[in-house]
Write a protein of this length. Structure first.
Length: 361
């Protein structure tokens, strides 16, 4: 075999070249099987109906848990009550000298530290995977926020007192919103009613619920009970009138921790926007922005959706607007690899690790 034949044989034995890897900055196509696939208006209505019932059920549980002895902290007994049973640290036996310090330390860890660690750990793990889904689907405070927002919209055309201009009159389904100033009466009733209910419910978590509700029904609350209910009702009334979603965005410690955990996971569930069909938004009045109870911009990148509660109101609004479009909604929940399209690097930014790697090269 001569030299030219050997070179030809070597070329044939070479492995096939690999396909060039797509740049993370390149837009990705959206197929029907993709998590960015269309969402129908019927599915959106079903989703919001399910969310409504979960919020109602959890709000009822929030109010009824103390009277049913499902969970409360009894300050008179100095211990928690869980499913009708006392939950103590088990240190009374140590005070009486019946157990040693090692057993007392074990009881303190097992009955005190472990439940708290599990509660915090599970909460952060859920937030890391699905964001503030508790806020949008269960939180009794956020349920009141959304209800008062809806009542204010009917009364003034604005979901809060801080909105500069009224929202567009045309709703996602094509109907026109009717503004009636008499709607401020239901707004005031809802603010005062839910403020008082929250105040009494919180007090029932701290002392015997039968005593709290019994004294209120008879009109004979103690001095301390009356002060607590009065001050708490006033505080909640101010918050429900002036703050609401602003409290959720900037002041709720639980929500802020959940948001930080969610932001730390670039593959967590997030609302995805089909940018390949962005031109379809030209004939829309920003229905998704108007529907958000947290006053966020759902089509923005993830870091600008820091306080998203996964309520899916934006998804439902978009699906309703695009109800006659066979391609369906432009918004849908995405996760894992598809969620990276909502991260910074797919909108012209790169993570610091990628920048460092480019500099080394």
């Amino acid at each position: 075999m001569n030299r030219h034949e050997e070179r030809g044989a070597r070329r044939e034995e070479r492995p096939p070249t690999r396909e060039p890897r797509a740049s993370p900055l390149a837009p990705r196509a959206c197929s029907i099987a993709s998590p960015l696939a269309p969402v129908s208006s019927a599915a959106a209505r079903t989703l919001q109906r399910q969310r409504r019932w979960t919020r109602i059920a959890f709000f009822a549980l929030f109010v009824l848990a103390p009277p049913l002895d499902l969970f409360r902290l009894d300050l008179d007994l100095n211990h928690f009550v869980l499913f009708g049973q006392p939950w103590t640290l088990g240190l009374d036996a140590f005070r009486r000298g019946e157990i040693g310090p090692l057993i007392a330390a074990w009881k303190l860890v097992w009955r005190g530290f472990v439940p708290i660690a599990l509660l915090v750990g599970v909460g952060l793990w859920v937030a890391w995977r699905w964001g503030r889904v508790y806020c949008g689907w269960l939180c009794p405070h956020f349920s009141v926020v959304e209800l008062i927002n809806a009542l204010m919209l009917r009364a003034s055309g604005k979901p809060s007192l801080w909105e500069k201009t009224a929202l567009p009159a045309r709703l996602p389904d094509g109907r026109l919103r009717r503004i009636d100033p008499r709607g401020w009466i239901p707004v005031g009733a809802a603010v005062l009613g839910f403020s008082a209910l929250w105040a009494v419910t919180l007090l029932s978590y701290l002392i015997d619920p039968a005593e709290v509700w019994g004294n209120l029904v008879r009109g004979t609350p103690t001095r301390n009970q009356a002060i607590f209910v009065g001050v708490a009702t006033l505080a909640f009334a101010v918050e429900f009138t002036l703050a609401r979603h602003l409290f959720c965005r900037y002041a709720c410690a639980v929500g802020l921790f959940k948001s930080h955990a969610w932001i730390a996971n670039p593959r967590a569930m997030v609302v995805g926007y089909d940018r390949m069909r962005a031109a379809a938004c030209a004939d829309c009045n920003a229905a998704c922005d108007n529907a958000c109870p947290m006053r966020l911009k759902p089509r923005a990148i993830k870091r600008k959706m820091f306080a998203c509660t996964q309520c899916a109101e934006c998804i439902s609004a978009c699906a309703t607007v695009r109800r006659d479009d066979p391609r369906g909604s432009l918004l849908r929940w995405v996760k894992d690899a598809e969620a990276l399209e909502v991260s910074d690097r797919d909108f012209g930014y790169r993570h610091s690790s990628e920048v460092r790697g480019t500099r080394r090269e």
